[in-house]
Design a protein around this ligand. Structure first.
Ligand code: ADP
Ligand code: GLC
Length: 473
């Protein structure tokens, strides 16, 4: 089957978060299973773009409202990612350094979607399925079904995967003319609460909708930033399929970013060496448990609770532990976490920014990973932590609930709590400090978690079955 993934991000070409990891991995597994998987992304000025060779695949043009654009599709020449990667270049709109957060993101991503559909519409054959990811690509099923120029694609199955339902791509009705001439009888498909809502439109128009964990699917019917009713109505075509991880990239035995490679058999020594490097680099104390946080500092991740939780932990439990924080986002959270560097010298450090190498070193050298998320559609960090023998401390929500069992429960191995509150976080840190003192228990949990199989094999097959079920309709 020929599967076309369309996404804003794809690791290692362009990454902001877990979406990139998923879109950089799932197609590789689909390809390995004998399918033809292709990924189409906007052109971003990234290192990967300049370090690799590209060939021009197609040139075309389209109108978007009163604007006219030429576009070029280029293809990575040497199959570096294990699947064909295509970039869409639209001069002046897409060739930029960051993936998101420009004032004209609506124009950029609408134009990107038009270019993708315009290109596919000119193929001599039809793809097996078009699989779009998040709101930046969620207008594509509508365009394939209701834009007059592309209606011959209406029979091509489409799947929308929701990695994050909080962002929906809202655009005013004054921009409805951006979408290439469409059947205005179908305006209701674009609308939600009097605005054009691309994510809602994708949910209505795609043949199947998936979320990246079963629990998140359930949660969306109760809490979906205004789309709860829609998810309840469309329940029959929605499924939660848990993400996997790329076990080739995230492998403590082969990871070239970490100081000392290790496997289950020598995890104790291996993790100690990696911890030592972190402690040396960031003036932390080797003898104490090391807690890390890696991630975007936004409301969904509850990173805003960390400063108070860490302060409270130090004042209630004393300086019995270390913290190392890596991330960026909300400037006030960044500021508070940075300011604490001066207050807790020797057992606290925070690094503001994005650092792929350091993140690997932290998964390898830490004892515990904190994920107090308010919303976590799947979460990959906890799965990377498990593979590197680091015990996740998570709030029971979304994918965290589906992948971590508290060590107090049968077969459990992590630390789980119910509420995104300072109290629940500090209490969990306390439990972790006590667990750390039980060396035998720690050792057995590390052995247990490193064996957990969160690879893509099972989930990638679930996607294939889903595609096939649509083709049989
Ligand atoms: P989300 O996509 O919501 O940010 P995920 O848990 O799915 O959350 O994925 C986050 C991914 O981004 C992981 O690969 C994590 O290691 C990485 N990451 C997040 N912040 C940083 C950072 N500051 N530096 C390096 N990697 C980061
Ligand atoms: C989103 C979600 C995250 C998920 C990732 C990959 O960024 O916030 O929970 O793991 O997408 O699906």
């Amino acid at each position: 089957m020929e599967i076309i993934h369309v996404s804003a991000e794809c690791y290692p070409y362009a990454k902001v978060g877990g979406l990139a990891d998923v879109v950089g991995t799932l197609p590789k597994y689909q390809q390995q299973a004998g399918h033809v998987a292709k990924v189409v992304v906007p052109m971003h000025r990234t290192k990967f773009l300049y370090d690799n060779e590209w060939t021009v695949e197609h040139k075309g043009s389209f109108n978007m409202g009163s604007l006219y654009f030429d576009y070029t599709i280029i293809k990575e020449k040497n199959n570096k990612l294990g699947f064909d990667l295509y970039c869409v270049d639209i001069y002046g709109l897409l060739d930029r350094e960051k993936v998101y957060t420009y004032d004209d993101d609506t124009e950029r991503f609408t134009a990107f979607q038009i270019a993708v559909v315009d290109w596919i519409a000119q193929w001599e054959h039809r793809p097996g399925v078009v699989h779009v990811h998040d709101h930046h690509t969620a207008l594509i099923p509508f365009m394939m079904q209701h834009c007059f120029a592309y209606r011959h694609l209406s029979g091509v199955p489409t799947v929308l995967t929701i990695h994050n339902g909080q962002y929906q791509g809202w655009m005013g009705w004054d921009k409805s003319n951006y979408i290439p001439a469409w059947d205005t009888w179908q305006w209701g498909l674009l609308d939600w609460s009097n605005t054009i809502n691309p994510l809602a439109c994708g949910v209505k128009c795609a043949d199947r909708v998936t979320t990246v964990s079963p629990s998140y699917m359930e949660e969306l019917t109760e809490n979906a930033n205004g789309l709860e009713q829609l998810f309840r109505m469309e329940r029959m075509k929605c499924t939660g399929i848990l993400n996997g991880i790329d076990t080739q990239v995230w492998d403590p035995e082969k990871d070239t970013y970490i100081l000392d490679n290790f496997s289950i058999s020598d995890a104790e020594a291996g993790k100690q060496l990696n911890k030592k490097k972190l402690c040396d680099d960031f003036q932390l104390d080797m003898e104490k448990p090391l807690f890390v946080y890696i991630g975007r500092m936004v409301g969904e991740k509850a990173a805003d609770l960390l400063p108070q939780a860490i302060n409270d932990a130090f004042s209630h439990i004393g300086s019995k532990m270390n913290f190392l924080i890596l991330g960026s986002g909300d400037p006030s959270v960044e500021e508070q976490l940075s300011a604490m560097n001066k207050g807790y010298v020797g057992y606290y450090n925070s690094q503001i920014g994005y650092n792929e190498k350091l993140s690997h070193q932290m998964y390898a050298g830490a004892d515990f990973l904190l994920m107090p998320s308010r919303v976590e559609p799947c979460g990959l960090n906890q799965m990377y932590a498990l593979r590197y023998g680091t015990i996740p401390i998570v709030r029971r929500t979304g994918g965290l609930k589906d992948t971590v069992i508290d060590f107090g429960e049968p077969n459990g191995y992590g630390i789980c709590f119910n509420y995104a509150t300072v109290w629940d976080i500090t209490y969990s840190i306390h439990r972790a400090v006590e667990l750390y003192d039980d060396k035998e228990k720690m050792k057995s949990i590390i052995g247990q978690i490193m064996k957990i199989d969160n690879s893509w094999e099972t989930s990638s097959e679930k996607y294939i079955n889903l595609y096939q079920s649509i083709r049989q309709i």
